[in-house]
Design a protein around this ligand. Sequence first.
Ligand code: XIL
Length: 311
Amino acid sequence: GLDDPALKALLLGNVGSLTPENALKWDATEPAGGRFSLEAMDRLLAFSARHRLALRGHTLVWHQQLPAWLDGLPAPQLRAALERHVRTLVGYGRGRIQSWDVINEPIDPEGQGLRRSLWLDTLGPAYIADALRWARQADPAARLLINDYGLEGDDPQTARKRVAMLQLVDDLKRRGVPLDGIGLQAHLLAPAEGSPTFRTLPVFLAELRRRGLQVEITELDVSDRLLPADTAQRDRRVADTYDAFLKAVLQEPALRRITSWGLSDRDSWLNTTFPRPDGLPQRPLPYDEALRPKPARSSIAERLQSITPPR
Ligand code: XIL
């Protein structure tokens, strides 16, 4: 993406912070045990320094995009591999990566405690505290986050995931484990009918703040997969969803940053992971496939201007 001049111009005109979608994941950074491949990280570090952008680290401990060599390692070896991975990446970015998604998607999708994964199944719940402690040691200044999805809505499943997240946070805090904040991915879904609501979200954010945590929105986009094909209608409803979401989060003093998962519809991950039933490309981001601004772009700008005076 950074090699495309049009996209690069769009990026530099719109954002103050970068998150790589895939370049820092385990399969990309440590394809063989102890053999680190950090050229892409070097390029990102150089680009963000040159353009004075903050760089976010995504992500250290996740159940996806893992290299095959981790499979079947006995617990002591897996724990040692985790320690080496966390210390190496966080240490390499020390002073240069402002916030890290140390743990990604640890909550069970139905909200029943922690998610089953290679990490939980082999190491037990201690993998979370261990990774956070190693990350803190490797860069005491970096903001350390637990990042997850499905925490934004008003449905019962979201309510259960929030309870599980708060239980995890309370448990970590009680034991003095370093944790600076929670990342809300915010992969949103424009509703098929009615207006989008985020009625219960402000209360959840306040619960996090009460626990001394900061909040980042880390992967914001709005899927239109439930909406009819008509482009203008889709764009309007996607824009309305951005508007309602930003209204709910921007009033929260613990909010530190909002990251969009891409800028242009050309590059959205949603088309491969959650395709529309009619096969049409989705329109989830602020710019269309030709990099033209969409109604979502205006909604976002207006909401941001309501808190930041225009410069
Ligand atoms: C996605 C990337 O955008 C895709 O390019 C890749 O094929 C799969 O992963 N939650 C996360 C992100 O934390 O890492 C995922 O990113 C999207 C869901």
